[in-house]
Design a protein around this ligand. Structure first.
Ligand SMILES: O=C[C@H](O)[C@@H](O)CC(=O)C(=O)O
Ligand SMILES: [Zn+2]
Length: 274
């Protein structure tokens, strides 16, 4: 297992960055290695972002030195999404058979996590927690749905809220998946900010050779990252987070911070952005 630390970035610094620097701080390119768990510990709301590709072996996540606890979930909760193939996640002595698209919420104190499944890929996001909430396996049909956008504005999409107060109790994690309608390319356009939460996007279902142009930055200082399939982007509280794909895609979003109010956002007018 490897864990990389990413320090918080001030918007004044982000403005001065080259593409390579923006990628180094905000883009997580290399989440999946055969038989490994790869984690990034971001100091933006202390979110841990990870990828697990178990292949033939069982991959365990327990002690993560950066957390200063014996086991990752001692003072944390986690959302785990199966993003390729099918496999099993074990937590607190229970096995959960995960199909592509399923998510698993695991509460504080559940102990080590183990992952298995030839060809499976798991994506996870963890945030600090202060109490134990029950573990729950959530399938797309259990998620709350929000239909947004239209084909005319190239942003028709359905937001599936898997780990959300309407579905499952958590401390601060909110997580789900958005699927775009046929021909729509934009997610979250118009864009928004939420000063009280950081967010991480993970792009999936994007064909090889295609990319998502992900826009970030303060609304009047936008920058972009060119993102491939199965890569993630960290959005600090001061940053918009919106993308347009060169082909169809979906993405998993996850937030943590001061509240779990999905609607606590500040919309940004398209014409106000620079
Ligand atoms: O704060 C909310 C997050 O940015 C995402 O849920 C947005 C999203 O999935 C979309 O609009 O397509
Ligand atoms: Zn957001």
């Amino acid at each position: 297992m490897t864990t990389q630390t990413r320090h918080p970035v001030h918007p004044d610094f982000a403005r001065t960055m080259t593409s390579a620097q923006l990628r180094e701080h905000f883009l997580i390119e290399d989440l999946f290695r055969r038989g490994e768990a790869r984690l990034v510990y971001s100091h933006h709301d202390r979110m841990i972002v990870g990828g697990v590709a178990p292949v033939g072996a069982t991959v365990e996540i327990s002690h993560v030195p950066q957390t200063g606890t014996e086991s990752l979930l001692d003072r944390r909760e986690v959302g785990i999404a199966c993003v390729q193939g099918a496999g099993e996640v074990r937590a607190a002595g229970q096995a959960h058979a995960m199909a592509d698209g399923d998510m698993l919420y695991v509460g504080m104190g559940a102990g080590p996590l183990s992952f298995s499944g030839e060809g499976a890929r798991f994506y996870l996001v963890s945030a600090p927690a202060h109490r134990a909430c029950p573990t729950r396996h959530i399938r797309i049909e259990d998620a709350a749905q929000v239909a947004l956008g239209s084909t005319e504005s190239s942003n028709e999409r359905v937001i599936y809220q898997f780990i959300h107060p309407a579905v499952v109790e958590t401390c601060q994690l909110v997580m789900g998946m958005t699927r775009l309608g046929k021909g729509s390319v934009w997610n979250t356009m118009p864009a928004h900010l939420h000063d009280r939460r950081s967010e991480v996007y993970f792009y999936r279902d994007l064909a090889e050779g295609h990319r998502v142009f992900h826009f970030m930055g303060e609304p009047q200082e936008t920058r972009h990252l060119v993102v491939a399939n199965h890569q993630a982007v960290i959005a600090p509280s001061w940053s918009i987070h919106a993308g347009a794909g060169t082909a169809s895609y979906s993405f998993i979003w996850a937030m943590a911070g001061d509240n779990i109010d999905y609607k606590d956002v500040e919309m940004v007018e398209i014409g106000e952005m620079k």
